[in-house]
Design a protein around this ligand. Structure first.
Ligand code: GDP
Length: 357
């Protein structure tokens, strides 16, 4: 294929697993994402953190600097974790990929004081049906009366520094959650006791407020992905991009745009794409691929900067004509050198799949 414009990258590569955060309202989903984002920004100050639309990428080296001794980067070849920024099960259920969940892996957040609540059960049901591997973040451990906090500490160190009474109280709360999971048919245990994360759900005590346990949470997510999901993460990175629409947005200077999460291949700034619409699939040409500009530069320039191409997994804003009918949750496919009719049929099939639920 002499006229191919693909470069010399190894076409088979491992993409970042896509992570969703679920849980009952007020149990701390947003706070947890904010904490992870905040820690990633601090750790990443020396190097550049890639900006994403609708998602937060935490590269392996940043995971490792947040997780400290818990993550040795040499043990991993997955490039990091990509967190979808909109938490909750509405986004989880609308965001699909090829009929399955867009998220490869999930964090179910449970407030240790409040325990299992209706939306916790709903989330479990969704995770069960979609067969999405998940871990439980037992959140707000800092609210145990008498808690002595150590900011951003791994759980073991901060737990050891608590009085017997505080430890006992936290243990009770954690075992209640483990019991509740068991009632729902999930065999669960504290994560450091779990041998096989495919069979058992790991419970990670955390505080989204103080960052305690966040090193463990990232280490467990990374370990679980590396151990059990590596094969699913193998993609042809130079192939035509495939993604899901997160949101359809009007953007000054660009008209209607779609924010997408790309989970396979590459999308380029001059690609023809097919996007799922309220009526027929939309066939259109990318006008611009937009990433958020680093905060420091926003004052002087547009919020976005144009990029030539992006590879999975990534969150990216796509500006293109005719996107008025595009829908959140709809598939996006790059045509490139494929037959347009085939791509349109694939998008139609995926849309039909979504409509069934
Ligand atoms: P969401 O509805 O699940 O996204 O929950 P939020 O992240 O909005 O959190 C709900 C409330 O709980 C907010 O007032 C947070 O400040 C508080 N919160 C969240 N995580 C923690 C935590 O780890 N410790 C404490 N003390 N408060 C928390």
């Amino acid at each position: 294929d002499t006229n191919s414009d693909s470069d010399s990258r190894d076409p088979t590569s491992l993409r970042t697993p896509i992570v969703a955060v679920l849980g009952h309202v007020d149990h701390g989903k947003t706070s947890l994402l904010d904490k992870i984002r905040g820690s990633a920004v601090i750790e990443g100050e020396a190097g550049a953190i890639t900006q994403h639309i609708g998602a937060t990428a935490v590269p392996l080296d940043i995971v490792s600097s947040i997780a400290g001794d818990l993550v040795d980067p040499d043990d991993f070849d997955l490039p990091g974790l990509l967190f979808i920024d909109t938490p909750g099960h509405h986004s989880f259920t609308t965001l699909r990929s090829r009929g399955g969940a867009l998220a490869d892996i999930a964090i179910l957040v449970v407030d240790v004081n409040d325990g299992f609540q209706p939306q916790t059960l709903e989330a479990l049901d969704i995770l069960r049906r979609s067969e999405t591997p998940f871990i439980v973040a037992a959140n707000k451990i800092d609210t145990v009366p008498g808690w002595d906090e150590t900011e951003d500490s791994p759980i073991n160190a901060t737990y050891e520094s608590q009085t017997d009474r505080v430890q006992g109280r936290l243990d009770e709360q954690l075992y209640e959650i483990i019991g509740n999971l068991s009632d729902e048919g999930f065999s669960a245990d504290l994560y450091w006791r779990v041998q096989n994360f495919q069979r058992n759900v790991g419970v990670v005590p955390v505080s989204a407020m103080t960052g305690e346990g966040v090193p463990d949470l990232l280490a467990v997510m990374m370990g679980l992905s590396q151990r059990y999901m590596k094969e699913e993460m193998e993609i042809d990175v130079t192939g035509p991009g495939v993604g899901t629409v997160l949101e359809v947005k009007e953007e000054k200077g660009f008209g209607k745009t779609v924010d997408i999460v790309l989970y396979d291949g590459t999308i380029k700034a001059d690609d023809k794409i097919v996007v799922g619409g309220q009526n027929d699939p939309i066939v259109t040409d990318v006008r611009a691929l937009l990433q958020p500009r680093p905060l420091a530069e926003i004052r002087t320039e547009s919020r976005f900067e144009k990029v030539d191409e992006v590879s999975a997994a990534a969150g990216i804003k796509v500006a293109a004509p005719e996107l008025g009918d595009a829908m959140a949750g709809a598939p996006v496919r790059v045509v490139r050198d494929r037959d347009l009719e085939d791509v349109v049929r694939e998008v139609e099939a995926e849309l039909a799949d979504i409509a069934v639920d």
